[in-house]
Design a protein around this ligand. Structure first.
Ligand code: GRG
Length: 296
């Protein structure tokens, strides 16, 4: 990974982790247990890719740092909620995440469900607060776009599709649609949030949506390759599960070589979508290459 990107990802991850920790409510009494589980599920490593995208797109429009960090934290709370719920016995039934016991193993199932609910709800609370942006229309735009990205026409719909897919034979178009919903839509929000905060012109917003679409798909193909070729120690979660379950993936349909080629050409196309921003979008370009080359 280019040294400049590595340093920027590390610096962003640190600032985001600090913000995630500072913003979480500090409760006492019996209900404190759910906040403890929310902390466990968020302050546990992770690449912090989605918040990085929020921070970098916000820089394109000179958004003040505190506002960008709050939107970045909202995207990561939602991502962590999706991982907690995805790992539950009723869904993927995983006991390892980010190299540590999953939240329902560390706590219990009911607490993990509530921690996910708590993180999801808290993300919207953070976005809706005045410190995120003084203009209520901007805050409402953030809330609307996040809701659309992660509701039934986004991540939740994608997860339902994925569960149904266990008994279906998917072709390439269907897998592309499934992944665009399940993981792509939150990437879209993460890339658009900076433009919303910066009240950017429509062309800039569209360019970032196009970048997010290509980046999200490249990320998912790389994820499928890691599931097939990575080790548990590298990835921090169980690998080979899709193959064992006979699930259709980009790799099972295209083969590893063609999947790698497509991921790389999607990353190239993602970089092209950033032309409008010239060198200000340098790191966003580098991150597109990183997602297809990563080993974790
Ligand atoms: C439960 C409504 C609901 C949705 C779950 C996104 C999702 C839907 C589940 C995540 C399960 C999963 C492993 C999806 C594959 C792609 C993915 C999101 C991987 C994890 O993201 P990374 O690699 O993880 O950014 P870190 O740990 O670095 O944040």
């Amino acid at each position: 990974m280019a040294r400049q990107l590595e340093a920027a990802l590390g610096e962003a991850a640190e600032a985001v982790s600090r913000t995630l920790a500072e913003l979480l409510p500090k409760l006492t009494g019996p209900e404190a247990r759910v906040v403890e589980a929310m902390r466990y599920a968020t302050l546990n490593g992770g690449k912090r890719l989605r918040p990085f995208l929020v921070l970098e797109t916000a820089k394109l429009f000179d958004v003040p740092r505190e506002r960008a960090l709050r939107a970045a934290a909202a995207a990561e709370y939602v991502h962590c909620y999706s991982l907690v719920h995805d790992d539950l016995p009723a869904m993927d039934d995983d006991d390892l995440r980010r190299g540590k016991p999953t939240t329902h193993i560390q706590f219990d199932e009911a607490t993990a469900i509530l921690a996910g609910d708590g993180l999801l709800t808290f993300a919207f609370e953070v976005l809706a607060e005045e410190r995120t942006h003084p203009d209520a229309a901007v805050r409402s735009d953030l809330v609307l776009n996040l809701a659309r990205a992660i509701g039934v026409e986004g991540m939740v719909g994608g997860q339902m599709f994925d569960l149904q897919a266990e008994t279906m034979r998917l072709d390439l178009d269907a897998i592309t649609r499934l992944q665009a919903l399940k993981t792509g839509a939150l990437f879209r929000f993460s890339c658009e949030a900076g433009a919303i905060l910066g009240q950017a012109p429509p062309a800039a917003r569209q360019a970032l949506r196009d970048y997010a679409r290509d980046l999200g798909l490249a990320f998912q193909i790389a994820d499928d390759l890691l599931d097939e070729e990575g080790t548990e120690a590298e990835v921090g979660k169980k690998v080979g599960k899709d193959k064992a379950a006979g699930k259709g993936t980009f790799v099972s349909i295209l083969g590893a070589e063609e999947a790698r080629r497509r991921a790389s050409s999607l990353a190239d196309r993602a970089v092209k979508q950033l032309d409008l921003f010239a060198e200000k979008a340098d790191l966003l370009g580098k991150v597109a290459r990183f997602v297809v080359e990563r080993r974790a």
